[in-house]
Design a protein around this ligand. Structure first.
Ligand code: PGA
Length: 248
């Protein structure tokens, strides 16, 4: 398996035509690098359109921690599975902020995802908007320890992904340096070993935050990076094609 290249479209594109254009750019990329593992995470409303294409994996950007019920605006794991979803992004910093999610809320969602045989992508990253030179290891540790506490009992053969996404790097055009990513990934691996009831050998680590066609080659060389979660650049067709081409 190559590194996983996960596209998080967030609340984009605005139209069905926009979806087709992005899917075409992915197909072009795959025609140049058929080994690439691509995961597309569209808004729920476009899951149907995305699922009619093949050659890549499909994920959702969130999910309810309940099976069903009077929960206006929520979407269940079963519903997204109907559209071929295999992956679910959980606890993206934007979602944490918008929905005021606690780490315990995040753990409940991880459990729901694993119970439904889906693969969670747990996003972690300290909340600071600016990088002042210090990595907030305590916050990262808390997000992992609480977010994944005891979930191993629900983990069959599924992998769990952690996406390390420093908030200051998201959408800023300033990716974290290779040295920071390497250091944080080492730290994450250590915390995973300490997380009660987790199958740590089944956890992979993605990096996210201003990844684009201009830096993906360099970032791919970092040891311990199993792939990338990409926002802004996943909405620009030429960049999409190029990133897929450059992925190893
Ligand atoms: P970005 O977003 O690539 O635009 O920095 C990444 C993310 O939010 O997942």
């Amino acid at each position: 398996m190559s590194k996983l290249l996960a596209f998080n479209w967030k609340m984009n594109p605005a139209t069905k035509e926009g979806v087709s254009i992005l899917l075409d750019s992915i197909k072009t990329g795959l025609s140049r690098n058929s080994e690439a593992d691509i995961l597309v995470c569209p808004p729920y409303i476009f899951l149907d359109r995305v699922s009619t294409s093949n050659g890549f994996l499909i994920g959702s950007q969130d999910v309810s921690n309940q099976d069903s019920g009077a929960l206006t605006g929520e979407i269940s794991a079963n519903m997204i599975k109907e559209f071929g979803c295999q992956y679910v992004i959980i606890g993206h910093s934007e979602t944490r902020e918008l929905r005021k999610l606690t780490n315990q809320d995040i753990q409940n969602k991880v459990r729901q995802v694993l119970l439904n045989d889906l693969v969670p992508i747990l996003c972690i990253g300290y909340a600071e908007q600016e990088f002042d030179g210090d990595i907030n290891f305590d916050e990262l540790k808390e997000q992992i320890l609480v977010g994944l506490n005891g979930v191993g009992e629900l983990q069959n053969d599924q992998e769990i992904y952690i996406a390390y996404e420093p908030v200051w790097a998201i959408g800023s055009g300033k990716s974290a340096s290779s040295a920071i990513i390497l250091q944080v990934n080492e730290f994450i691996k250590k915390v995973l070993q300490e997380t009660p009831g987790l199958k740590a050998d089944k956890v992979k680590i993605l990096y996210g935050g201003s990844v684009s066609d201009g830096n993906i080659e360099k970032l791919s060389k970092i040891e311990n990076v199993d792939g990338f979660l990409v926002g802004g650049a996943s909405l620009i067709p030429e960049k999409v094609t190029k990133m897929i081409e450059l992925l190893v």
